[in-house]
Design a protein around this ligand. Structure first.
Ligand SMILES: [Zn+2]
Ligand SMILES: [Zn+2]
Length: 135
């Protein structure tokens, strides 16, 4: 069993060698353009300064910057920069999987509609963003 599947609910993964993990092979890293991990777990992630806005002016469309001739670089407030340091939780995009995953965290879902609602609630409480992968 690979390290990634060790964290999954017991009913889901079948024993397999790490290089044949279907879940890991579905993960894509846009930094090194390869499969096997997500950007958050990248061994060589790009610096935050190149992936996140650092100045207020970066939030303004470039056409406006040019039209209004804005040349300043006002640093974003610290609180906004800290918010960007959010973690990512990767889950299989399957209601059945999410229901079991939530159950393992002590959250019971009565109806199918409730599953995504409870997951969004969990993500908000744990300050994480949910990323779905298909198989
Ligand atoms: Zn695996
Ligand atoms: Zn990577």
């Amino acid at each position: 069993m690979c390290d990634l599947c060790r964290t999954l609910p017991q009913e889901f993964p079948r024993p397999h060698p790490p290089h044949k993990c279907r879940l890991a092979n579905a993960l894509y890293c846009s930094s090194c353009a390869s499969y096997g991990h997500i950007l958050a777990d990248c061994p060589a992630p790009p610096p935050k300064s190149s992936t996140m806005p650092q100045y207020v002016e970066q939030l303004v469309p470039p056409s406006l910057i040019k039209a209004l001739n804005i040349t300043t670089k006002t640093p974003l407030p610290e609180s906004l920069l800290a918010e960007q340091e959010q973690s990512i939780t990767t889950l299989l995009n399957s209601d059945e999987f999410i229901r079991t995953w939530l159950k393992n965290r002590g959250i019971a879902c009565k109806s199918k509609a409730e599953i995504r609602e409870k997951l969004a609630e969990w993500a908000k409480d744990n300050h994480t963003r949910i990323q779905f992968v298909s198989k």
